[in-house]
Design a protein around this ligand. Structure first.
Ligand code: GLN
Length: 222
């Protein structure tokens, strides 16, 4: 079922993250998953990870990538994030760490950034995952929507997905498994080895299954 976000033009009410943000992170459970913290909703991802017992360092410098098994590139504005990544030398560093086995999850703007090609001229993506992506594919901010998705990899219970000026996957190449589609068949989540892409924002709901799934990928457990 698909329905509109209740307050047009505004992001949906996130989980009670203002309270959660002030909690002391629990002990690290042995998986090192960080969040790229240049722009966008990195804090919401970090809070979910910390609730799962992952320390979730905020990554702003290339050196911080060395210790990571996984990196989340969050939603936000992909052009801005690409400029900041280039300014801080993170583009090459992320690509190098992926070649060494680091997992990456690109969510929304993050999915745009990890794609191999885009419908649009900007930004220049990292070219990590064998997908072609279209930005702002469902219209403007007011056309944001929510949908319940069947995601077999996460179990039977549908995943309530929040799409905010979201991209979509136009084409998937070799090695890419589509994890979820809209009712019309449009792919909106995919995986290629240790790379995960979602067009929507799991960090804005209280369903942590995608975060758990990614932590397992980073650990090499899936
Ligand atoms: N429309 C944004 C972009 O092109 C992505 C939106 C989002 O991350 N919620 O970068």
């Amino acid at each position: 079922m698909t329905n509109k976000v209740s307050a047009p033009g505004q992001t949906p009410t996130p989980i009670t993250w203002t309270i959660a943000a002030r909690q002391t992170p629990p002990a690290v459970t042995g998986s090192h998953v960080g969040v790229l913290a240049l722009q966008g909703d990195f804090l919401e991802h970090a809070i979910v990870l910390r609730q799962l017992g992952v320390s979730a360092p905020e990554v702003r410098k290339a050196e911080a990538l060395e210790a990571l098994d996984g990196l989340i590139i969050p939603g936000g504005e992909s052009t801005t994030m690409a400029i900041l990544m280039d300014t801080w030398g993170l583009r090459d560093a992320i690509c190098r760490r992926v070649r060494q086995g680091m997992a990456v999850w690109g969510s929304c703007a993050g999915m745009i950034l990890i794609a191999s090609s885009l419908r649009e001229d900007r930004p220049k993506p990292l070219g990590l995952m064998n997908i072609r992506v279209a930005r702002n594919a469902f219209g403007r901010q007011v056309d944001s929507f929510e949908a319940d998705l069947q995601v077999a990899a996460l179990g039977e219970r549908p995943f309530h997905a929040v799409f905010i000026r979201a991209p979509l996957i136009l084409e998937v190449g070799e090695g890419v498994e589509v994890l979820a589609r809209l009712e019309d068949g449009t792919p909106v989540a995919a995986r290629q080895g240790k790379l995960l892409a979602t067009a929507f924002h799991p960090e804005l709901t209280d369903d942590f299954r995608f975060h758990r799934y990614f932590v397992d990928i980073a650990k090499g457990a899936r």
